[in-house]
Ligand binder design. Structure first.
Ligand SMILES: [Zn+2]
Length: 221
């Protein structure tokens, strides 16, 4: 029988959480992987944990705090010295939130986990809204990673990024149909008590719910 196991990189944000519901709905036996890379908003991991508990699926949170601090520090998300920019994703300063080569690192770990589990697929939630800011969410990057990942083991592992052509509004619409509990997702880059409503991530989230015509269940500052 062909393995129905799949690994998903789950940040605790809206996109990967929607993708988790989506692939469970498609019948995959899902294993979720979250990474602590010393992100300012590491409270997102707590939301990932809650979602997995609610859906009763296995979840691992892997500690890369040291790597985040000592190697991946050129980002407002991993360095205390750079402020999280406020405003819209279309602005140039949003590139301050790029974490150096984050997705390749995460995908490498997810593929290693998939090979250990004998899972055939790895899912991640890159979407169209990311392309302008995050180099490792570009189609070209995903295509190149697909090729490399297919060669990472003697048995091919497939990378799936099914939201690559969807924007965040489309994802929320899809999530609403799938019954995603968005109160258990965290988006704000500032990682404070309540979402700030001003950073690029908050703005994009607010726009997405507006576009989808669905109320956002979280509380803003
Ligand atoms: Zn925010």
């Amino acid at each position: 029988m062909v393995s129905n196991k799949a690994v998903i990189i789950l940040s605790g944000g809206m996109d990967s959480t929607t993708l988790l519901y989506d692939i469970l709905n498609q019948g995959y036996e899902v294993y979720a992987l979250s990474i602590n890379y010393n992100q300012r908003h590491s409270k997102e991991l707590e939301f990932a944990r809650k979602t997995c508990k609610k859906l009763n699926i296995p979840h691992k949170i892997i500690d890369l705090i040291q790597a985040g601090k000592e190697l991946l520090y050129r980002s407002a998300l991993t360095s205390e010295d750079t402020q999280v920019p406020e405003g819209n994703y279309k602005e140039e300063n949003m590139k301050l939130t790029v974490v150096p080569n984050r997705n390749m690192i995460f995908l490498s770990l997810a593929v290693g986990y998939a090979i250990s589990l004998r899972a055939k697929k790895v899912f991640y939630g890159a979407h169209a809204g990311d392309h302008a800011v995050y180099p490792d969410c570009r189609k070209e990057f995903v295509e190149a990673m697909k090729r490399a990942i297919s060669l990472a083991d003697w048995e091919p592992v497939e990378l799936e990024a099914p939201y690559l052509d969807l924007d965040k509004g489309d994802i929320v619409k899809k999530g609403a149909q799938l019954g995603v509990d968005y109160s258990l997702t965290w988006t704000c880059y500032k990682g404070q008590d309540k979402a700030c409503g001003k950073c690029g991530a908050c703005n994009e989230r607010l726009e997405a719910f507006k576009k989808a015509g669905i109320p956002d269940p979280i509380i803003y500052k």
